[in-house]
Write a protein that binds this ligand. Structure first.
Ligand code: SF4
Length: 251
C-alpha cells in the first residue's frame, strides 16, 4: 500500500470515528495546561490529574507561581516522577512568564522552548492544543504508533514529527496528535498491541508484516510435513518391495 493511501485511510477513519479528541490532562487555562504538560514528562496523565487540583488552588496563575521557590512547589508534586527537577522548572517557568512574557503563555514553539522545563514536545503540545497550530508533539505513543501503522519510518522523534507534518493535511495535524496518543494508550500498546480489536488492521503495515510472517511460517511447516510424508512413503515402498522379494524367494 502506498504511503499516501495509508495517510488517507488514517485521516478518514479517525475523522469519522473520533472527530474531537481532547487531551486527558485536566486544565482551565493555557498556564495550567503548560504546568500539567511539564509535570507529565515520564509520568501518567492520571497521576498528574491527581496532583494538579491542589497545585492550581495554591498557584492558580503565573503571577502566584512566579513568587514561589522550588521548595515551595515540591510538596505539591512530590508524588510525580522527578519532583525535584520539575519543582525547579515550575518555579523558573513562573518567573520567566512574568518577566519576559507579561504573564501570558507564548504561542510560538521557539518562544515556548525558552521556558524552563519546556522542550520541543511540550512546546508543540501547547502550540497545537491551545493555539491550534499545526504542530505535532511526538511522545512515545505517537512515535510507536505512527511507525507501526506505516505513516512514518523515522528513527528519531524529530524525524517522525517532520514526516507527520509533511504528509498530514495541515488542518488535522493538531488533532492527529491526540488520535495517535489515544490509540497508543488504549489499543496499540507498547508490548502487545491489541490487533485483534484494532479497526486499523486493513491498512496497518505492522499487522500486514506479522501476518505475512505467520503465513510464511505456516507454509514452511506444511512444506516440511509434506516432504517428510513423501520420504515416509518412499521408505514404506522400499520395505514392502524388500518383503515381497523375500516372500517370493522363500516360496
Ligand atoms: S493493527 Fe495492531 S499494530 Fe497496527 S495499529 Fe492496530 S494495534 Fe497497532
Amino acid at each position: 500500500m502506498l504511503k499516501k493511501e495509508r495517510y488517507r485511510h488514517f485521516v478518514e477513519y479517525f475523522s469519522n470515528n473520533q472527530p474531537n479528541p481532547v487531551t486527558e490532562l485536566h486544565y482551565n487555562s493555557p498556564y495550567q495546561l503548560l504546568v500539567a504538560v511539564i509535570l507529565s514528562a515520564q509520568c501518567t496523565d492520571k497521576r498528574i490529574n491527581q496532583v494538579t487540583p491542589a497545585l492550581f488552588e495554591r498557584y492558580p496563575d503565573a503571577r502566584s507561581l512566579a513568587d514561589a521557590s522550588a521548595d515551595d512547589v515540591f510538596p505539591y508534586i512530590r508524588s510525580v516522577s522527578y519532583p525535584n527537577n520539575k519543582a525547579k522548572h515550575l518555579a523558573g517557568m513562573g518567573k520567566m512568564l512574568i518577566e519576559q512574557f507579561n504573564g501570558q503563555v507564548p504561542s510560538g514553539v521557539n518562544e515556548l522552548q525558552k521556558l524552563p522545563g519546556v522542550g520541543r514536545k511540550t512546546a508543540n503540545v501547547i502550540a497545537s492544543v491551545i493555539y491550534n497550530e499545526p504542530a505535532m508533539a511526538v511522545d512515545t505513543h505517537v512515535f510507536r504508533v505512527a511507525n507501526r501503522i506505516g505513516l512514518t519510518t523515522g528513527r528519531t522523534p524529530l524525524a517522525v514529527e517532520k514526516e507527520l507534518t509533511k504528509y498530514l493535511p495541515t488542518d488535522v495535524v493538531a488533532v492527529a496528535h491526540h488520535w495517535l496518543i489515544l490509540h497508543g494508550r488504549y489499543i496499540c500498546v507498547a508490548r502487545s498491541p491489541k490487533c485483534e480489536v484494532c479497526p486499523l488492521t486493513w491498512f496497518c503495515r505492522y499487522y500486514a508484516t506479522i501476518n505475512t510472517e505467520t503465513y510464511l511460517q505456516k507454509a514452511e511447516v506444511a512444506k516440511i510435513k509434506k516432504q517428510k510424508e513423501v520420504q515416509r512413503r518412499k521408505k514404506l515402498n522400499i520395505i514392502s518391495k524388500e518383503l515381497s522379494k523375500r516372500v517370493d524367494k522363500e516360496f
